[in-house]
Design a protein around this ligand. Sequence first.
Ligand code: AMP
Length: 430
Amino acid sequence: MPFASLGLSPALARAASDLGFAAPTPIQAQAIPAILRGADVWASAQTGSGKTAAFALPALQQHQDVLLAQPRSGGARRVHTLVVVPTRELAAQVGEVLRSLGQHLAQPPKVAVVFGGVSINPQMMALRGGADMVVATPGRLLDLVEHNALKLASVQLLVLDEADRLLDLGFADELNRVLALLPARRQTLFFSATFPDSVQALAGSLLRDPVRVEVATLEAGADGGATILQRAIAVDSSRRTQLLLQLIKQEGWERVLVFVATKYTAEHVAEKLYRAKVFATPFHGDLGQGARQQVLDEFKADRWQVVVTTDLAARGIDIAQLPVVVNYDLPRSAVDYLHRIGRTGRAGESGLAVSFVMPASEAHWHLIEKRQGLSLPLEQIAGFEPTEVAPPPASGAGGVKGLRPSKKDKLRAAQAAAAAGNPGESPAND
Ligand code: AMP
């Protein structure tokens, strides 16, 4: 099915084809016609499903239609589309997709991308003369409104992207304040990978008679879904870097994203690999925004073979053709596991996700497997058979890490509850 048959203009279909999109992904095929009809959409979709273009294409088309009906007659541009995202990286990425998909339009929109953690002044300058589409993290968006750099009263289309992550990161309060600035009559598109109660409550409060769009999860291999081969390898804690090196060399992995638990481990493992002549670099929250972007750009440009990261890179970041993801340390939860392995096998390509399972983390691994509905053979690699002894399980439910909510989980739950109906309680910042 070609893009044009979804009701998109030839300029947009051409831009999609320029990006190498031969046909719509399942989420695009389902969501685009509904959005063009003006319906609210409740979409459960992972990053990697093609969700960005699923809202970007119809948003661009609607904006063109508005310009045709009411030609611009001087004056500042008024914000038509507002996309709220949880992270700077995702903001930059969505902005890029909007700009490239809009490039052949008769009147390409002005797209402004704003996020915290960097100076506000250049963003205020960029907003002079207004903008047609704004992609923003919630805190900075509010700052800009307070500085009178931006008005949201004209927004006709609101997109909440990765809504679960927005609540996870404690943006509930900011989100409520943003929502209060928007016109009640608008179209709302709600994208989330997961729908815990708090996210459902938020969707329920924002959407009117929504069209529900669900796409197959990562395991689905057919019809454009991603195909990810998952492997689990038993190894001693102290031998993981050696095993990683051996796998990179023997299996010829050319581009690998390695997940670790701490910033320190990210630095340490990257350094060891680098000393063994594998081009590896760390990526974590202590790096400045510029340095983070540089690492990502260089990784995409093949400058680095391996990026060793904390969970910072687990969501939202899109690196095309990332064939291998390694869990050097296991993720905390099954949901985090899904987000991490979702970095590979994107848009129908095949990917490989390898998890290192140490004797001490075996119980935790089985819990992740159970929650994912997986049952993988625990492989042993010759020369790396584990010898460490697992510590005896602690008594009670606390024996397996992840069963009991951590302090952070409790904080998030409280923030999510606030977002679901009790604004004003939740602390958050960019
Ligand atoms: P997203 O889920 O929006 O992060 O998109 C994941 C990846 O899929 C990105 O690299 C997109 O460029 C790519 N993509 C999106 N739509 C299509 C399509 N119709 N065909 C092929 N690739 C696509």
